[in-house]
Structures are given as structure tokens and as C-alpha cells.
Design a protein. Structure first.
Length: 271
């Protein structure tokens, strides 16, 4: 779909802002889960639908595109194989990869205040501590992503009770910072970078002057909050009461219309 289709589905004010952020020196950046890929019951099942993959690939062929995810870098990179992205961020910004065609390749760029091996050991220790303290909660699972943890409770019998227990358990971890998401509590090092840090780094590394960022979760607010310091247009997907994003879209169903609108802007700029 191109042309007028996405213009009917998206807010007119957003469409009016898109052309500026589709220029050749602008970065188009996206979260993965809940943004490019729909939320699923089991995170391992998350996948980029064919329609979104085809649109994102066409966009990445013509503009500088990146994906910033809470997943481990290797995980999200595999799920986006074949899409010619300029950069990827994993573990909420603790890992960065920049394509050789853009600016060389980086691993674990920008973050850790301590050696990676030490961080991996610390995270493994936190995982063991949480597994022990949360063992009596059915439906709670601790995912170790080497530089961060995700404690999932989507399948818990009593999600509210599970969340409270997880929050109490993560608060007891030494040197850790915990924050919520969609039926998940994330754990990173107290001084680990966030997605906002990753976006700022990528703007500099990729020689971009401005960015569009699309996300759906609390972790994406770290990016949206940078709008005062960076030329940034934030779009949050899904129902939400409070957000620092300039625009919100009510559901994931509007992702493909948004990608179509971006492709349309790029085509018009090249005409």
C-alpha cells in the first residue's frame, strides 16, 4: 500500500511532520517487540511479519534505519536477517552494532562501566538469585540475556501478585536497576546505558542530523524523553495514558500504514 492509504489511517499532524524526518541525513529507528513484531505469549516466538519485513527492507535500502531492542544483540539481529539495517542495539543499548557500510562494526559499544566479562558474571549471579527467590511463583520465568535479565510473568496465575514479588526481588539485587514493560520486569546494571543513550550514539556514528523513533513500551520512553535535547520525533504504539512521545498510534495494526507513509515520503523526496 502506498499513496493515500496510510494518509487516511494516520493522524494528519503526524503525516505533516514525516517529510522532514525522511531526509537522507535522518535516522529512522524502531523498537522490535510490540513495534515491528506483534507481542506474543512466548518471546521466542516473536517474528517480523512478511508485510512489515518487506516494507522495512525497502525503507532501509533507501534511508538510514536502525532497530533498538531489549533483546540480546545476536537474538534481534537473527530475527532481522536480510533487512539492510544501518545499525542495531541490543540489551536496551548495552550492545551496538553498526553495519560496515555505514561506520564499521562495534560490539558492546558505549556502555559498561566494567568489563563485559564481569557484567556477564554479575547478571548470571542476579539470575540465580532471582530464580531462587521466585521459585514458588508458577508462570514466572527468568531470561538471562548476558548483559541484562528479563523476568517474564505473562503466564502467571496472578499477574499482579507476580509483578509485586518480582519487583521486591529485583529491589534486593546489588548494583542493579529494574524497570517494567509488557508483563516483564527488566534488570540491568545500575550504570548501564539506555535506549536513549544508544540513539544519541547512533546519530553521531551515522552522521545523522535528526531521528524518528517508534516504540511501544516503557523502555522506549528513555528515547522519547530526549526530544528536548535532540531533533527527534517520537511515536508510541498502543494505548497509553502518559508518554513523552509526540504522537501515539492506538494499535500495532497501524505499523504497516506508518511504514507505507514513510516510503511514500521517501519516494516523493526522490521524485
Amino acid at each position: 500500500m502506498s499513496g493515500d492509504g496510510p494518509r487516511r489511517a494516520l493522524p494528519a499532524e503526524l503525516l505533516a511532520r514525516l517529510p522532514f524526518f525522511c531526509g537522507p541525513r535522518c535516522l529512522l529507528a524502531f523498537d522490535f517487540d510490540g513495534t515491528l513484531a506483534p507481542i506474543v505469549s512466548h518471546p521466542v516466538e516473536a517474528a517480523l511479519p512478511a508485510g512489515a519485513r518487506e516494507r522495512l527492507a525497502r525503507l532501509a535500502e533507501r534511508r538510514t534505519c536502525a532497530v533498538l531492542s531489549g533483546r540480546a544483540l545476536a537474538d534481534v539481529r537473527a530475527r532481522l536477517a536480510g533487512v539492510p539495517l544501518a545499525a542495531l542495539a541490543g540489551n536496551h543499548g548495552a550492545e551496538l552494532w553498526v553495519a560496515a557500510r555505514a561506520a564499521g562494526e562495534l560490539a558492546h559499544h558505549g556502555a559498561p562501566q566494567e568489563p563485559v566479562e564481569r557484567m556477564v558474571a554479575r547478571v548470571a549471579g542476579w539470575a540465580a538469585q532471582l530464580a531462587a527467590s521466585l521459585a514458588g511463583l508458577p508462570g514466572v520465568r527468568v531470561e538471562d540475556k548476558r548483559l541484562s535479565l528479563s523476568v517474564h510473568y505473562r503466564e502467571a496465575r496472578d499477574p499482579d501478585r507476580a509483578r509485586r514479588a518480582i519487583e521486591a526481588a529485583t529491589a534486593a539485587l546489588h548494583g542493579a536497576r529494574a524497570f517494567g514493560g509488557h508483563c516483564v520486569v527488566n534488570v540491568v546494571g545500575a550504570h548501564a546505558p539506555c535506549k536513549g543513550d544508544a540513539l544519541a550514539t547512533l546519530l553521531a556514528r551515522l552522521s545523522c542530523d535528526a531521528a524518528l523513533y517508534v516504540g511501544d513500551d516503557l523502555t522506549d520512553e528513555d528515547v522519547f524523553l530526549r526530544a528536548g535535547a535532540l531533533p527527534l520525533l517520537g511515536v508510541r504504539i498502543g494505548p497509553v495514558e502518559h508518554t513523552a512521545a509526540e504522537f501515539t498510534l492506538p494499535s500495532y495494526a497501524l505499523l504497516e500504514p506508518l511504514l507505507d507513509a514513510l516510503l511514500d515520503c521517501v519516494s516523493r523526496a526522490s521524485a
